[in-house]
Design a protein around this ligand. Structure first.
Ligand code: PBG
Length: 326
């Protein structure tokens, strides 16, 4: 047998494999999502997201200290309001739960990058990401509220705002309001390509944000569409987005790759709640090695082109990286 090309030569030992390894997830790539609730001394596990918790602001600080000690440099905050109304008032209230959390976290950890999810769905009683009239989600009328939400986060000291509502024109609306109020230095990480996905199930149960009628298909994208993803990204770039995001991640690696190769923009991928819970549950049943699958999935997201990954696995992955770094 004459064979001068033998790929297995480079797989012979861990040392050689490490030398030729093309993709590594860094702790610096990870963004850890955290849920914050009103009250005191609350740390309550979220049934739908095993290993993730609802924290009151005081207990959040304790959690953030662990996150920081692991070397994680960024978190994204989600709030669960005390009460919801038609206009999602607590989303843009100066003393809303996320605004309080931002202030407190930045006070204790000024160097930690605090990102805030900007949306109305957790805060509206109908559970949609914009204002409603005659069962329609209004676009332009919602933009002010969304931009004001971003502004209230900036005023609380957030480092990056991340709009996830998928209204048309929201990046431009946020940019304009931030700039007018002396926050031209605050970047926008836009959920540019957000699909109407079944993978958000556990998040909606954690954030109590399921739409009370209909679904999100009139604003979130059809999972079948790749070219439309490029159009959405192009619009966000034009409107002034600083970082693009694809969400979910694993079922959309082709989209991540296309965005990365098409645009010279920093790219985030959100490995969402359902993706996380599936791994956790299958591992719990002994059907897969959860840690191995976690590393494999997060590496594939990075390989596809993501510069950063928002993931509920951030702490587990950081621990794994620490254990496996020479
Ligand atoms: C709010 C928002 C959602 C997620 C992030 N921001 C839910 C949704 O669109 O219903 C989902 C995150 C996850 O599933 O982990 N619009």
């Amino acid at each position: 047998m004459e064979m001068n090309k033998r790929p297995r030569r480079l797989r012979r030992s861990a040392g050689i494999r490490n030398l030729v390894q093309e993709t590594r997830v860094d702790i610096a790539d990870l963004v850890y999502p955290l849920f914050v609730v009103h009250g005191e001394n609350i740390k309550k596990e979220i049934t739908a997201l095993p290993g993730q918790y609802h924290f009151s602001v005081d207990r959040l600080i304790e959690e953030v200290s662990q996150v920081v000690n692991l070397g994680i440099q960024a978190i994204i905050l989600f709030g669960i309001p005390a009460k919801k109304d038609e206009r999602g008032s607590e989303a843009y209230a100066m003393d809303g739960i996320v605004q309080q959390a931002i202030r407190e976290v930045k006070k204790h950890y000024p160097d930690l990058v605090v990102i805030s999810d900007v949306c109305l769905c957790q805060y509206t009683d109908h559970g949609h990401c914009g204002l409603i009239k005659d069962h329609e989600v209004l676009n332009d009328e919602s933009l002010d509220l969304i931009a004001n939400t971003a502004l209230s986060h900036a005023m609380a000291g957030v480092d990056i705002v991340a709009p996830s509502d998928m209204m048309d024109g929201r990046v431009a609306a946020i940019r304009q309001v931030l700039d007018k109020n002396n926050f031209s230095h605050i970047p926008i990480m836009s959920y540019s390509v957000k699909f109407a996905s079944g993978f958000y199930g556990p998040f909606r149960s954690a954030a109590k944000s399921s739409p009370q009628f209909g679904d999100r298909k009139t604003y979130q994208m059809d999972p079948a569409n790749g070219r439309e993803a490029l159009r959405e990204a192009a619009l966000d770039i034009e409107e002034g987005a600083d970082i693009l995001m694809v969400k979910p991640a694993l079922a959309y690696l082709d989209i991540i790759h296309q965005l990365k190769t098409t645009y010279n923009m920093p790219l985030a991928a959100y490995h969402v709640s359902g993706e996380y819970t599936m791994v956790k549950m299958a591992a719990k049943e002994g059907l897969i090695d959860g840690e191995k699958v976690m590393v494999e999935i997060l590496t594939s997201i990075k390989r596809a082109g993501a510069d950063m990954i928002l993931t509920y696995f951030a702490k587990d992955m950081a621990e794994w990286i620490r254990r496996n770094t020479l």
